[in-house]
Design a protein around this ligand. Structure first.
Ligand code: FES
Length: 113
């Protein structure tokens, strides 16, 4: 069953630059891109740097360290879709942002490049 946890206020998550949040034992990067919200595990597949130090561009989360790009929608690595970053359901209600955690692993969990 999905459990929604409040992670931020709406005004804290702006276009382009992600916000780093901590929830459910994970560090997560929350993005607002072209009006939509996305939440990705805040750990780059390359060398584990925080994606929240980067930015969003053309529907991808860009890692600021060496430029790897991950789809905001499902976390897949642009250069090798077999590699994925876990993504989380995210919603906004009454000025607050929530991330959903369920009994299943997030999409892409456990996959490697
Ligand atoms: S650590 Fe993200 S691209 Fe290298």
């Amino acid at each position: 069953m999905m459990e929604w946890r409040q992670v931020a206020q709406s005004r804290e998550v702006r276009e382009k630059l992600p916000k780093k949040v901590y929830c459910n034992g994970e560090q997560i990067a929350v993005y607002r891109h072209q009006g939509r919200l996305y939440a990705l595990l805040d750990r780059c597949l390359h060398q584990g740097a925080p994606l929240s130090d980067g930015y969003a561009e053309n529907n991808y989360a860009v890692c600021s360290y060496h430029g790897w790009r991950f789809a905001l929608e499902d976390g897949h690595f642009q250069n090798n879709p077999a590699g994925r970053i876990p993504v989380y359901p995210v919603k906004e209600e009454n000025g607050l942002i929530y991330i959903g955690f369920g009994s299943e692993l997030p999409a892409g969990a456990g996959s490697d490049v």
